[in-house]
Structures are given as C-alpha cells and as structure tokens.
Design a protein around this ligand. Structure first.
Ligand code: TXA
Ligand code: MG
Length: 330
C-alpha cells in the first residue's frame, strides 16, 4: 500500500471520505493532533487501526462526528451535563464519554458500555466528517506509545504504507490530545487533561468536575491511563520542578559516559544551560503544548538522551506536565 500526503482540496476530502466508506484507513488533521480514522460502524475497518498502530486491544477509541451529526445515532441518551458541555464547548478539543447505544461496533470501545465522542473544530476534519456522514473512530495517528503526530510528515514517519491517504492540514494548533471527560458518573470526571480545563468548564457551565488521579491508579478509569505513552525513541529524564540546575551535572556525566544529550525547556530556563545542547519549547505553557511533540520528534532523531524540564502547572501547563510525566520509563 502506498501512503500519499494530499492537500485538503474538495476533491481530496471527497476521496478520503470514500476511502473511509470503503473500510480503509486515512489520517486527517484536527486542532489537537492528527487522527487515524476508520468507519466506526465497520468492524474490519476498526480492527485495521489496532493493527496499524500496534495498539493494545483493550484501549478504546474516540469516535469523531461533525457538528450536525445526530448524536442519538450512536449514544443511548444525552445527559444534561453533556448537553451543557456540548452547548458551550463544541466544536472543540473536548471528548465526552456517554453510554453507547451499541450501534458502533464493540471493537471501538473494546467491549465497554460507554463511548467516547468528539466534535473536532478543525475545518478539514469537519469537512471530511460531513463528506462521509459517518462516525469516525480515530486515535492519534502514531505508532502506539510513540509521540502523537502534529504534522502530516510525523504521521507518515510512523505509519507509512499502513494507510491510504494523509490529508495535510498543516501543523495542529493545540498540539496536545483532547480533554476526555466522563459524564456517566454523578460527578463528571476528567480522565485525560487537555486544553479544556476544569476551571474553564466551571466558568462557562457552572459544572464542578473531578480530575481522575493520573498516577498510581490500580484500576484506571480510562484504559489508556495505564500505558506508557507519548515516548520519544531515546532515553528521557524528567527534571523535578525548580531543580533544573541539577541537569547541568547530569548533562556533564552523560557526556562523560559517551551520550549525546540535549536539554528541552522553556525560553526562561535557557540561560541556566550555557554551552550545552538545548532546544526551547517557547515562551509560554500554551506554546510548549503546541511544540512539545514536534520538538521531541526532532530531538530523538538528533540526540540520544533528552533532559526535559516541566512547565508551570497552570491552564494547559497541567496537561503538558501530565504528558511529560508519562514519557519516561524511569
Ligand atoms: O485529541 C484527541 O483526542 C485525538 C484526536 C485524533 O482526536 N485522539 C486521541 O485518541 O488522542 P487516542 O486513542 O490516542 O486516545 C483516546 C483516549 C485513550 O486514553 C482511551 O483510553 C480513552 O481516550 N477512551 C476512549 N474511549 C473511552 C471510554 N469509553 N472510556 C474511557 N476512556 C476512553
Ligand atoms: Mg494516542
């Protein structure tokens, strides 16, 4: 199979939609990261996703729909909380977990009774979803456990020859995966942190939500939480907050041991690491979210040890630090 990167013209979006209808895989841009899409009604198509990504069989997929798609075609009911969230936050990087009506094939949710649904805001994603008028199951379009792709090239680097078409929508604006919120519980729970924060939800809708414990969970509320994730191919060390100075010593020891290390941090920390290999994640937490995966993909190809500094845990910074904390096996 040849994987082609296409510009998202009307004709190519139509072509990608027809591939989806035929049961084939295509990748498309969203405002968070690129997704690897398949028709959620088609068991064989959904199974292709797990094979292409080498994804664990018990990690369920998010279904993507266009703005005007009738949600009741795929969920049992729409709880008031979900209605409120949809009213204020869609289309957007918010994924809502509801009860499935079992119309999409069970492989999407890996046998769970619930279904994760997202209405992405990216124009190309909306056009594609409208053109096929199907619920599209789409995980991030990377090899399982690797960094999520925020460019068409990153998709091709990971999944070349495993899908038909990559629609090129340029670089993803947000750069981190969507916030996942479960509204099937009495008190809604954020299972995965993202650009839509607990504070934003409270402010816009008045709804108070919990945030699931992101570490040390014996029975994870979301299967995806138990896996090592988002990892570069080389060794990674995560600095503790405010202990970045110690990286200088570690860096020197790595050089002595024959490594080729690099420090990745916000602009403000760069002066701490004079005469060392370093890459900036930009000036703000928002910029760091946008650059994180792309920067690390570049770093893993050039260096063999990444020393990574967390950012301030405010706003999207919380999600950035959450992804960073999952990158190291140490
Ligand atoms: O931004 C995003 O959400 C991107 C783009 C492509 O939309 N997609 C994405 O999908 O990040 P993926 O498969 O990489 O992550 C889906 C996450 C996993 O952690 C999975 O465990 C969780 O959502 N999830 C999906 N369905 C679930 C369900 N029914 N119950 C609990 N967690 C669920
Ligand atoms: Mg993923």
């Amino acid at each position: 199979m040849k994987t082609e990167i296409f510009k998202p013209s009307k004709k190519n979006i139509k072509l990608a939609a027809s591939e989806l209808a035929k049961g084939n895989l295509i990748a498309f841009p969203t405002e968070t990261v690129y997704g690897l899409g398949a028709n959620a009604f088609n068991k064989e198509a959904v199974e292709k996703i797990f094979i292409a990504k080498n994804r664990p069989q018990d990690n369920p997929l998010i279904v993507h729909i266009h703005k005007n798609y009738d949600l009741l075609q795929i969920v049992k009911n729409i709880p008031e909380t979900a209605k409120n969230l949809i009213k204020h936050f869609t289309p957007s990087p918010l994924t809502i977990i509801m009860q499935s009506n079992n119309k999409v094939c069970p492989e999407v949710s890996c046998g769970l009774k619930t279904l994760a649904v997202r209405i992405p805001s990216h124009k190309v994603a909306q056009k594609l979803l409208k053109a096929c008028n199907l619920p599209i199951a789409a995980p991030s379009a990377n090899t399982s456990k690797h960094l999520s792709p925020t460019t068409a090239k990153a998709v091709k680097d990971d999944l070349n020859k495993k899908l038909e078409i990559i629609l090129n929508g340029g670089k993803c604006k947000i750069g981190l995966e969507s916030t996942v919120i479960d509204v099937t519980k009495k008190v809604p729970v954020i299972l995965r942190l993202g650009a839509i924060t607990k504070e934003m939800i409270k402010e816009k809708t008045g709804i108070t939500v919990n945030i699931a414990n992101q570490t040390n969970v014996k029975i994870p509320p979301s299967p995806g939480m138990k896996y090592k994730h988002y990892s570069p191919k080389c060794e990674v060390f995560i600095s503790e907050e405010n202990k970045e100075q110690q990286l200088n010593l570690m860096y020197d020891n790595l050089i002595k041991d024959g490594y080729n290390p690099v420090i990745v941090c916000l602009n403000s920390l760069l002066p701490l690491f004079k005469n060392k290999n370093k890459i900036s994640l930009g000036k703000s937490e928002k910029e760091a979210a946008n650059k994180l995966y792309d920067t690390l993909r570049m770093a893993e190809n050039k260096y063999n040890y990444i020393l990574l500094c967390p950012v301030k845990s405010t706003g999207i910074g919380k999600a950035v630090n959450n992804r960073i904390s999952k990158m190291s096996s140490k």
